[in-house]
Design a protein. Structure first.
Length: 460
């Protein structure tokens, strides 16, 4: 193979060459990143670092060293991205799959499954659709029915319980809510379900997508049924799970429409082998989530002194009308304080318990800052049973500190800002932080609106 060959997008590449090139390139890239991180920047680099670069949640707040570090990683990655895309394009052409599937190369965790599939999927066979090779035919011919509805039902019946086992492995054995759980499992289920559904006869794209989504939906139902997860968290996970299931179903559709080559069992074993590896690797190389700040502001028709008196301690807030707080998510009820000034302890009572907030900054009437010594459960899970307690309730979401800032404006109003700093150990971090940010904004608005109402009516 000439030196220029890896850079070309034309031609074909068989699975052996692709696997060898991929492993060598990853080894080279990983060691390059590890050496650069340690020797030049004094930072630790592990396999899980490819899933989340520290500081990525607040790019505008990165220091100079973080920016240089990030740009260096991007610069060193560009040649590998080019080569990886070129090699994958040629492998897709050789296997007879659509070239646009190369986009899966850029999706974390999915790209590992995709790479593994491409390493074992045979090249495009003759167009005649022959019987499955003996590896599959020995038992799949007896298991998979002929009819469309029966075939789809069997595909779901096989994959959904397998997903339940994978979820148990991630959550209860490796204690990690990560990429393998929220990305790898729905993608893998969708892919395998679509391939099984098309085992007897080629299925349409819509049939493959539907069986992929159904498999993930049934998995969600099983998780609720066995009291492994609450309904609200399943609803939150649904958008990313469905999107990944559709992607997996798309790959499964492309594989099942090829002339048969005995690949159904092989591809299933690839998914079954790679996913536990990813989940285990994440748990071994776990790292701390970034500290994220959420700020909400309201304008109050009152002086800063009046607003200050209303925020340090506030009476019972009327029951919420927002649908969000009717789902079991904890919301604030009242606030009390013991003592005055820095060192005093404020208690913000939520529906699930109290936040214990030692005061760190007491600058009347401009700033009240506090740390969080302890916090209650973030929610009561909706469930068919009396009460359940999934592992993510404990420690996966943690609030570390908060602050109120009061700024008098030239028109006689006071701008009241509330900020909460938190860490969220659910991955993909950006997806789950989007939910956390939205919920925190609603919690902030509930408190700030109550303070605004109290301050504006204090002298009425």
């Amino acid at each position: 193979m000439r030196f220029s060959t890896p850079f070309r997008f034309t031609g074909r590449l068989d699975r052996g060459q692709y696997a060898l090139a991929g492993v060598l390139l990853f080894a080279l890239k990983y060691n390059l990143d590890r050496v650069l991180s340690a020797s030049v920047f004094g930072r630790r680099w592990s396999f899980s670092s490819y899933l989340s670069v520290p500081g990525a949640e607040a790019i505008d707040a990165l220091g100079q060293g973080d920016i240089v570090f990030g740009l260096t990683l991007v610069a060193t990655a560009l040649p590998f991205v080019w080569i990886g895309t070129a090699l994958t394009t040629r492998r897709l052409r050789d296997s007879g799959l659509p070239i646009p599937l190369v986009l899966l190369f850029f999706v974390p965790v999915v790209n590992l499954l995709f790479f593994s599939v491409m390493c074992v999927l045979p090249g495009r066979p003759s167009p005649e659709r022959t019987t499955e090779s003996s590896t599959d035919a020995k038992w799949l011919d007896r298991v998979m029915p002929e009819g469309r509805l029966a075939s789809a039902g069997m595909a779901v019946a096989v994959t959904a319980p397998a997903g339940l086992i994978g979820t148990y492995l991630a959550v209860n054995v490796f204690s990690h809510y990560g990429w393998g759980l929220f990305v790898g499992i729905p993608f893998g289920l969708g892919m395998v379900a679509a391939m099984l559904n098309g085992y007897r006869s080629e299925r349409s794209p819509s049939e493959c997508m539907l069986v992929a989504i159904t498999s993930v939906a049934i998995l969600g139902g099983l998780l609720a049924l066995v009291a492994a997860e609450g309904l609200i968290c399943l609803v939150m996970a649904a958008p990313i799970a469905v999107a990944l299931a559709v992607m997996g179903g798309g790959l499964g559709y492309c594989i099942q429409r090829r002339p048969r080559t005995g690949s159904t069992v092989t591809m299933t074993l690839v998914v079954a082998g790679v996913l536990p590896f990813v989940i285990a690797l994440e748990s071994v190389h776990d790292h701390e989530a970034d500290l994220v700040a959420v700020t909400t502001a309201v304008a109050v028709e009152a002086t800063a002194e009046e607003v200050w008196d209303a925020l340090v301690v506030f009476s019972d807030i009327p029951a919420p009308s927002e649908w969000l707080f009717k789902t079991g998510i904890a919301y604030p009820v009242r606030a009390t304080i013991e003592g005055q000034g820095a060192g005093a302890v404020r208690y913000c009572e939520f529906t699930t318990g109290s936040f214990v907030e030692p005061i760190t900054v007491w600058n009347r009437p401009t700033e009240l800052s506090f740390s969080v010594e302890s916090m209650p459960d973030p929610m009561h899970e909706w469930t068919f049973y009396g009460q359940i307690r999934p592992p993510h309730i404990d420690g996966y979401f943690s609030t570390e500190k908060g602050r109120f800032l009061l700024t008098e404006t030239i028109d006689g109003q006071t701008l009241l800002e509330g900020t909460t700093w938190y860490r969220n150990r659910l991955w993909p971090n950006r997806y789950w932080n989007a939910w956390s940010d939205a919920i925190l904004h609603r919690i902030h608005l509930r408190v700030l609106t109550h303070i605004k109402r109290t301050a504006e009516t204090s002298d009425a």
